[in-house]
Design a protein around this ligand. Structure first.
Ligand SMILES: Cc1ncc(COP(=O)(O)O)c(C=O)c1O
Length: 402
């Protein structure tokens, strides 16, 4: 059957990460590819207790349809969380509970983008955000980044040139680079967006996972004009399996997002929201995050150390202050995509950088990059896996020199 798919499917690419993750099934494979939390950090017993309590105390309500905006007590908790993150005026009306923050991105695109509208992004940026925006036939303009994140001068030039509708930015421990947007740049970028009538989508799934340095207030904390939609999630701090996230922003925009959400899924799983709410009521969520930070911080430090001890001359990498990823740049002429085949043969996985560049695989911009995840593999696997990667890197370099 020759299915007549919609025009927008022509633009959509399968996620390279999902394809690569299939190779993780192979025996002996060590994967630094996915963005997976450490499974040993999941609060399994606590979630089981919460599920039991929810069903015992309010089983029928939990199994019923629910309002689109989200479970009231949970919205209250997310509003309080926003205030704790520095967004002082957040009230329950400013919160929409979503099915993961990924749904937040999808709904924002659905509500704000017409075909051909321009979205500005960091270069590189989060792959599944590119996919979400592509589904609404957006056009992308990638803005240059350096060690402090988006470069404001490049942003201003892109705003003037492209007349974008949205700016999508991941200020904390960015996916894929791990870089954090500097505080003064957050202000400059906010002011530029406000002056040019741009909506800022601030995606912050990793902000609580800081291993060194000081917290920086989100761009949303500066928002007087109601132009920032802040997106976050419990995926990295409790579990991604429950699919609970939120969007915080101006009531008017949230109303439109709510209408779009009705069409998408009516509401986020009622029972999952109540489980998360119970978890945050009955257990010490902050102490749990502290344990995650200790574990990931140690893995991160070990990966950095192994890289500096074993990687051949010419390879460089970012030095994030938190999150889950490192971003490696290979020497001129070494193609990370080609390296992946050899890496798979040696049983180590990473994600080549190419697909994180929203201007598409036709540019050569992404070929010198590798994204490494450090949250999921044990310390032993990090030691062995980085050793294997260094051998692959050495061989690739010798190939260029030869
Ligand atoms: C930058 C970024 N945004 C959004 C998400 C989606 O997270 P969620 O599980 O909340 O949908 C991820 C997941 O890895 C991410 O890295």
């Amino acid at each position: 059957m020759d299915y007549r798919l919609s025009r927008r499917m022509g633009e959509m690419r399968p996620s390279a990460v999902r394809e690569i993750l299939k190779a993780t099934e192979q025996p002996e494979m060590i994967s630094f590819a996915g963005g997976l939390p450490a499974p040993e950090c999941f609060p399994v017993a606590e979630i089981a207790a919460c599920a039991e309590r929810v069903l015992a105390e309010s089983g029928a309500q939990a199994l019923q349809y629910a309002v689109t905006e989200g479970y009231g007590p949970l919205r209250e908790k997310f509003a309080a969380e926003m205030r704790g993150r520095g967004v002082g005026g957040t009230r329950v009306e400013n919160i929409l509970v979503t099915s993961g923050s990924q749904q937040g991105l999808d709904l924002i695109a659905k509500v704000l983008l017409d075909p051909g509208d321009c979205v500005l992004t960091e270069s590189p940026t989060y792959l599944a955000a590119i996919q979400a925006f592509q589904a609404y036939e957006a056009r992308f303009a990638a803005v240059r980044t350096d060690a402090w994140g988006l470069v404001p001068e490049a942003l201003e030039a892109a705003i003037v040139r492209e007349r974008p509708k949205l700016l999508y930015v991941i200020p904390n421990f960015q996916n894929p680079t791990g870089i954090t947007l500097a505080a003064e740049r957050r202000r400059t970028i906010y002011e530029l967006a406000a002056r040019h009538g741009l909506v800022v989508v601030e995606d912050d799934p990793y902000g609580k996972l800081r291993y060194r340095g000081e917290n920086i207030a989100p761009i949303a904390a500066l928002d007087q004009a109601g132009i920032v939609l802040y997106v976050s999630t419990v995926s990295k701090t409790i579990t991604p399996g429950l699919r609970v996230g939120w969007v915080a922003g101006h009531e008017k925009l949230l109303r439109s997002l709510g209408i779009a959400k009705q069409a998408a899924d009516l509401h986020t799983s009622n029972i999952d929201q109540r489980i998360v709410d119970r978890y945050l009521t009955d257990f010490d969520g902050e102490a749990h995050i502290e344990r995650i930070r200790a574990l990931y911080g140690a893995r991160f430090a070990l990966m950095e150390q192994c890289l500096s001890e074993t990687m051949p001359e010419g390879y460089e990498w970012t030095h994030p202050e938190g999150g889950m990823f490192l971003w490696v740049t290979s020497p001129e002429g070494v193609d990370a995509g080609a390296m992946l085949q050899e890496a798979i043969a040696r049983k180590v996985l990473f994600v080549p950088g190419r697909d994180f560049f929203p201007d598409g695989p036709t540019t050569r911009s992404g070929e010198r990059y590798l994204r490494l995840n450090f949250s999921n593999a044990t310390e032993e696997k990090i030691r062995i896996g980085i050793g294997r990667l260094a051998e692959v890197a050495g061989q690739a370099l010798a190939g260029v020199a030869g």
